[in-house]
Write a protein that binds this ligand. Structure first.
Ligand code: ZN
Ligand code: FE
Length: 240
């Protein structure tokens, strides 16, 4: 049985602690910072044995060195960005497996936000850590890649089972949802979700994780029919 703990840090980042009861292992996913992540683990009596990074941005790797210094953990990240993440112990790419206890995460290459961005998919556990590739009702900005790459990523993520829980790295849901409504004003599932998200945020609640099923119904980037439509929507969101 895997447990996932959300740690809100910086202005809108989420660091995820993944814990396996059976083995006692704990993984920190994309630790932007160290202190709150170490504190969250300590509060539960957990010791962080691994870090999994999705991409090189500072708000995903900034805590690597200090967590390693405190715990001696092993840091895994994208081979294609090894030159930009000085703290990696192990580099991985498409199709590689990483483990927490007996649970396996398959590495998926999902370039576009950054050139070497990866995701970690624990298929048997219906869990995906997607970094800044897929957000609740949104997708990552195309800093180092193309709309064609992001379209392929969305199509691929959409093939996961609907009940797959999607752990993204930012609380961007409300902004994404409001923009999405301007694109699909007649999408009832989207309108209902945005209303629910507005209420949740007003109560100060997090809206992540999301699920593949929810995204298939309400994510205008996953729902884009072709590359051009995704590109148009991404550009419009960037300018919004
Ligand atoms: Zn990023
Ligand atoms: Fe980020």
């Amino acid at each position: 049985m895997l447990e996932v703990v959300r740690i809100p840090v910086l202005s809108d980042n989420y660091v995820w602690l993944l814990h396996d009861d059976a083995s006692g292992e704990t993984v920190a996913v994309d630790p932007a910072v160290a202190e709150p992540v170490l504190a969250a683990a300590t509060a539960r009596g957990w010791r962080i044995g691994q870090i999994w990074n999705t991409h090189w941005h500072g708000d995903h790797v900034g805590g690597n060195a200090a967590i390693k210094a405190a715990t001696g953990c092993i840091i895994t990240g994208p081979a294609a960005e090894a030159d930009r993440i000085g703290t990696l112990d192990r580099t991985v790419g498409e199709g590689d497996h990483v483990r927490i206890g007996d649970h396996v995460a398959i590495v998926m290459a999902v370039p576009a936000h950054t050139a070497g961005h990866i995701a970690y998919h624990l298929a048997d556990d219906r869990i995906a850590f997607v970094g800044d590739t897929l957000f609740a009702m949104g997708c990552g900005r195309l800093f180092e890649g193309t709309a064609a790459q992001m379209f392929a990523n969305m199509q691929r993520l959409a093939t996961m089972p609907d009940d797959t829980r999607v752990y993204c790295a930012h609380e961007y849901t409300l902004s994404n949802g409001r923009f999405a409504l301007t694109v699909e004003p007649d999408n009832d599932a989207l309108a209902a979700r945005v209303a629910a998200v507005e209420a949740a945020r007003a109560r100060g609640e997090a809206t992540v994780p999301t699920s593949i099923g929810e995204e298939r119904a309400t994510n205008i980037f996953m729902r884009a029919r072709d590359v051009a439509e995704l590109a148009e929507r991404r550009a419009a969101k960037d300018a919004a």
